[in-house]
Design a protein around this ligand. Structure first.
Ligand code: ATP
Ligand code: MG
Length: 396
């Protein structure tokens, strides 16, 4: 499954803009405040809508008025249109999920929620789910949709006005598209890694299955992989050896007092030494590998500014690892301020954000003839960015 395009209207700084032809690995650059974190928060917002409801997701961000783009009318809707590809009944389909949120009697309400795709190769897309203000229908025999003459059965349903229909329906496997989209959003993950937290907390309690947003449970997750998925742990160690010069081995050791320590065997030291003596860059690379080799990988990963603490040449290695994750079937969005990181990225993997009259616009490097021409001559993207060739990207 891959998200192919996103249109965002009236969500914070995104008044009306779209990101199209999104590859499995893409990188977003832009000045401070241009909207990189907001773009990632589209998924965070949808996840909160799914986990709780629309009202909660809005409240967590200051309320409807705060989230609605400045300059929009109070009766305008915040809306998202996400297109994604997935295989259903042996055919890859382009599925559109549309969500419009507005106020009804001052209460946050799902004004429209639609999931549609084409039944066959031709014809207009079919609405498999269509809700307005808490009531609508879903197709209950979606699995018959490839049999062209089969009648599709609609079932009327009611949900809370601030509840997404895919929240309920997405629990049932037979609602194929709804359940896949729900899973994608629920298992979405943002990584905003803080090196001090990853070093700090050595308490062996807490979530050990997935690395947290800040990376503060790194030791626990590493230990879980080490104890229960030894082949994967070995892959991580191999990747460390391959990516970080001088690293020979990594082993988590549970101390008698319950603390967990990572022993890094560095080529230049005879004895293993604990992570306190390991460089920030080494820990950070290890944390990204733990994230990227997760035994149950996130279908969609957003990574905030991975460049800090990493030596420029390691950024090449990291970009390769992100690409590898994408090739294994995931999708990765990375935000960056680093020309060195961008140097490791292809022209068709790059988007940049600019602000025009307070509104974010999304530009795609591969749609810029000049950038493509330079890329064809072998120029690296980070240099072109520093040269000012990403029009409007620099802070005004
Ligand atoms: N309702 C709104 N309408 C318009 N703009 C908004 C709204 N809410 C927030 N913003 C603007 O969105 C911007 C926030 O952008 P964001 O944090 O996504 O930027 P960023 O690219 O991640 O920056 P950084 O590089 O500093 O992390 C701020 O400039 C803020 O003023
Ligand atoms: Mg940000």
């Amino acid at each position: 499954m891959r998200i192919e395009s996103i249109r965002i209207c009236n969500f914070k700084g995104f008044q009306n803009t779209a990101m199209t032809d999104i590859p499995r690995f893409c990188v977003i650059v832009g000045a401070n405040g241009s909207g990189k974190s907001t773009l990632f928060d589209v998924f965070g917002f949808l996840k909160d809508c799914l986990t709780y409801n629309v009202r909660h997701a809005l409240q967590a961000r200051g309320g409807f008025k705060e989230v609605l783009s400045r300059g929009a009318n109070a009766d305008d809707c915040i809306s998202f249109e996400i297109k994604f590809r997935m295989e259903i009944a042996g055919i890859e389909r382009l599925i559109t999920y549309l969500l419009e949120i507005g106020l009804d009697a001052r209460q946050p309400t799902v004004k429209r929620e639609v999931l549609r795709y084409k039944r066959g190769r031709y014809g207009s897309p079919y609405h498999f789910l269509d809700f307005e203000g808490g009531s609508g229908y879903a197709i209950i025999n979606e699995e018959d949709f490839d049999k062209q003459n089969e009648q599709l059965e609609r079932e009327q349903q009611n949900v809370g006005k601030d509840v997404l229909a895919i929240k309920g329906l997405g629990q049932f496997e037979r609602f194929r598209a709804a359940s896949a989209f729900r899973q994608l959003i629920e298992n979405w993950h943002v990584s905003d890694f803080h090196i001090n937290l990853a070093r700090g907390s050595k308490e062996s309690i807490g979530d050990f299955e997935h690395l947290s947003v800040s990376g503060d449970n790194l030791q626990l997750v590493a230990r879980n992989i080490y104890e229960n998925y030894s082949e994967i742990f070995q892959q991580i160690v191999e990747a460390m050896k391959h990516r970080v010069p001088g690293v020979r081995d990594v082993e988590p050791v549970l101390m008698q007092d319950g603390r967990l320590i990572l022993n890094f065997q560095d080529g230049s030291f005879r004895d293993p030494f604990i992570d306190r003596y390991v460089s920030d860059g080494t820990i950070k690379m290890f944390a990204y590998l733990v994230l990227l080799y997760d035994p149950e990988p996130h279908p969609l990963l957003c990574i905030e500014e991975p460049e800090n603490q990493l030596y420029p040449t390691l950024l090449w290695e990291l970009a390769e690892e992100f690409r590898g994750y994408a090739e294994r079937g995931g999708q990765v969005f990375v935000s960056t301020h680093s020309p060195d990181f961008l140097n490791a990225v292809q022209v068709d993997e790059i988007y940049w954000l600019i602000k025009e009259q307070g509104c974010t616009q999304i530009r795609r490097a591969s749609e810029d003839a000049q950038l493509v021409a330079f890329a064809d001559e072998g120029d690296q993207m980070g240099y072109l960015w520093k040269e000012g060739l990403f029009g409007g990207a620099d802070p005004q």
